[in-house]
Design a protein around this ligand. Structure first.
Ligand code: AHG
Ligand code: MN
Ligand code: MN
Length: 335
């Protein structure tokens, strides 16, 4: 790999040399990356920046908002609203879509984000992140409505996340593989540190919140029981378990060394299809995972094929190393 390729240079090359992305999309990703740098800065300040703790409000999904949920949301909106590359935005932290104000030019893209993923980890100094997904605004009518956002994940034109951990790492796909960039704080730039990210097809590591075990569906119980049985069980090997409770950090580990991540439907709230949100958590992560050779389903069908019916729709998630995801999906279809 060539040395010291900044994100800006990488994007210019994607646009100019490979013709893979239009200029407006390049600008969009530059702006999102700049916003992530600002969020990273706030995260790093922690108590010194008065960014810890709750904000005293709830989002549309009834979750208590942390100060950083709101700060990150505002940073992303402010950074993106004026550049002329977007038509509208949607976020976990906003009830409805956010139209680019009339005083700014309108672009052709729609941006969705989970501004701060892993909120329960903010105050305890554990990795958190930002997840984003980019769609094209459908043509043929002026203005933007929520319906314009309701496109299957397979329609995404760019997706990624930034993880704020021991390092700040930006991970991106335009549908031509996955690249990782590490924030160089001295240079102030994201620098390409891994190309052609590949997830091993097999793994001995699974991630699930085990405290929900009694609420799981039979196929999930079967899979985890078989992992726990180790060398003596039907899998003939010992498994390791990890659960960071920040999807960004769990997915980052899987992109780095393989593994399988599950947040399945469970009986706590039977009418909800799952906990995670389809449009700005599951879709971008599923596309990244597929682009790295992994797989992502809701237990039955490919996540990227699901036709969303509402902005904050939830979904069951099984993603990661291909052979494990196929096995868990088979357990569901057999049941
Ligand atoms: P968010 O902080 O954006 O609401 O997302 C948290 C999500 C996800 O990141 C993580 O995998 C999961 O919630 C953890 O849930 P549990 O606390 O139920 O384990
Ligand atoms: Mn989240
Ligand atoms: Mn969030």
């Amino acid at each position: 790999m060539k040395k010291n390729i900044t994100l800006s240079r990488y994007l210019v090359e994607q646009q100019r040399v490979d013709g893979l992305i239009p200029a407006q999309l390049r600008l969009l990703i530059e702006v999102v990356a700049r916003a992530c740098k600002r969020i990273s800065h706030s995260v790093n300040k922690g108590a010194l920046g008065d960014v810890l703790g709750t904000a005293g409000s709830e989002n549309v999904q009834g979750e208590v908002q942390k100060k950083l949920d709101i700060i990150a949301n505002e940073v992303l909106i402010e950074a993106n609203e004026w550049g002329g590359h977007l038509a509208a935005m949607a976020s976990e932290e906003m009830d409805s879509i956010y139209l680019v104000p009339n005083r700014y030019p309108q672009g052709e893209y729609l941006l969705m984000f989970d501004p701060l993923d892993g909120s329960s980890n903010i105050d305890v100094n554990v990795s958190i992140g930002t997840i984003f997904s980019v769609l094209k605004k459908p043509e043929g009518h002026p203005g933007v409505t929520e319906d314009d956002f309701l496109q299957a994940g397979a329609q995404q034109v760019a997706a990624g996340y930034c993880v704020y951990g021991p390092q700040t790492t930006l991970v991106l796909t335009f549908g031509d593989g996955v690249a990782m960039f590490t924030l160089d704080r001295e240079q102030g730039s994201f620098v390409l540190t891994q190309e052609n990210v590949r997830i091993p097809e097999d793994t001995k590591e699974f991630a699930i919140n085990m405290s929900n075990m009694r609420h799981w569906d039979e196929p999930v119980k079967r899979y985890v029981d078989e992992c726990l049985a180790g060398v003596e069980g039907p899998r003939n090997k010992d498994f390791n378990m990890r659960w960071i409770a920040s999807m960004v950090a769990d997915v980052h580990r899987i992109l780095t060394r393989g593994g399988v991540f599950m947040y399945p439907w469970d009986k706590r709230e039977p009418n909800k299809p799952g906990k995670l949100r389809l449009m700005y958590e599951a879709n971008p992560m599923s596309w990244l995972v597929e682009q790295a050779g992994g797989a992502a389903t809701n237990g039955r069908e490919r996540i990227l094929d699901i036709q969303p019916t509402k902005l904050h729709e939830r979904v069951s998630v099984v993603l990661g190393s291909k052979n494990e995801v196929e096995r868990i999906t088979r357990y569901h279809t057999e049941a």
